[in-house]
Design a protein around this ligand. Structure first.
Ligand code: G1P
Length: 277
């Protein structure tokens, strides 16, 4: 069995919902408290045992690369001062994994962004994290990716994380239909990108955590543009599910939609309560 070592972060999107903040700052660098969104995702991947972070960036995203690098000037300035501990967490992240980058030149959708990452991933199964879905584990459980990697070891197929949402919100998510084979684990029979509530096959929405087997790249290559004229990973996964097996996993833990202002504020309040009180 091939073990999962790499995690892909599609991070080329414009973050228009956070303009003007995202005009010159990548949305993945917006902080929840003192930590940028993407660092939460990288820490979740490290906790799941992954050590190569493959980041698909775009124009105006250089701050991400600088963040996961040493800042000699800063380190020199605060060395042996009481402020040194502020950099401890990010230094640990940098020491534990390697980062590789490629650019998505044209914005043609999430499926296309994942395909751009093929050069960094190669022919092995990998995880995908959408950094604006910020997840936190409950005390008794490990992180979402960690739960999914364990499931992969058992089933060795693509897996998407899902949660129940109010039916009126289905047009914001990929939505699955499937047969529950174990409590909380579904074998997918169909999936639709952002269906209107009346067309949605269920209220089980995909959140930004995926484990993908590498045959997905060939499938994406022949996937036609779908919702919004973009190449959708949901459509590629539907093809994969029809030809074989794709699982949907109702993860344990909390998830915040930090792609929206409401979710961002909710996450900020949650982590403030958790870490500062
Ligand atoms: C993407 C996917 C969608 C998924 C969502 C999770 O949409 O296309 O299937 O449910 O992420 O956050 P986006 O939020 O990028 O529009």
């Amino acid at each position: 069995m091939q073990i999962i070592k790499k995690c892909l972060f599609p991070a080329a999107g414009y973050g228009t919902r956070f303009l003007p903040a995202t005009k010159a700052t990548p949305k993945e660098m917006l902080p929840v408290l003192t930590k940028p969104l993407i660092q939460y995702g990288v820490e979740e991947a490290i906790e799941a045992g992954l050590s190569t972070m493959a980041i698909v960036t775009g124009r105006g995203k250089r701050a991400i690369e600088d963040h996961f690098d040493i800042s000699y000037e800063l380190e020199h300035q605060i060395k042996d001062t009481p402020k040194e501990h502020y950099l401890r967490e990010i230094r640990e992240v940098i020491d534990k994994c390697t980062f590789s980058y490629t650019r998505q030149i044209h914005m043609k959708g999430l499926g296309h962004a994942i395909l751009c990452g093929e050069t960094l991933i190669g022919n092995e199964p990998f995880a995908v994290v959408l950094a604006d879905d910020l997840c936190d584990n409950t005390c008794e459980e490990s992180g979402v990716l960690s739960q999914m990697v364990k499931l992969y070891e058992k089933h060795q197929c693509s897996i998407v994380a899902i949660e129940e949402i109010p039916k009126e919100l289905t047009n914001k998510y990929g939505v699955i239909a499937g047969n529950e084979i174990e409590p909380g684990l579904f074998e997918i029979t169909d999936m639709v990108e952002k269906p209107d509530p009346q067309d949605a096959p269920s209220n089980l929405a995909i959140i930004g955590r995926y484990i993908l087997t590498p045959d997905i790249f060939d499938i994406i290559r022949v996937t036609e543009p779908g919702k919004g004229g973009e190449i959708q990973i949901t459509d590629a996964l539907r093809t994969q599910a029809k030809a074989g097996k794709v699982l949907a996993y109702k993860f344990k833990g909390k998830r915040f939609d930090c792609g929206s202002v409401e979710g961002f504020v909710e996450a900020t309040n949650y982590f403030y309560e958790k870490e500062y009180k």
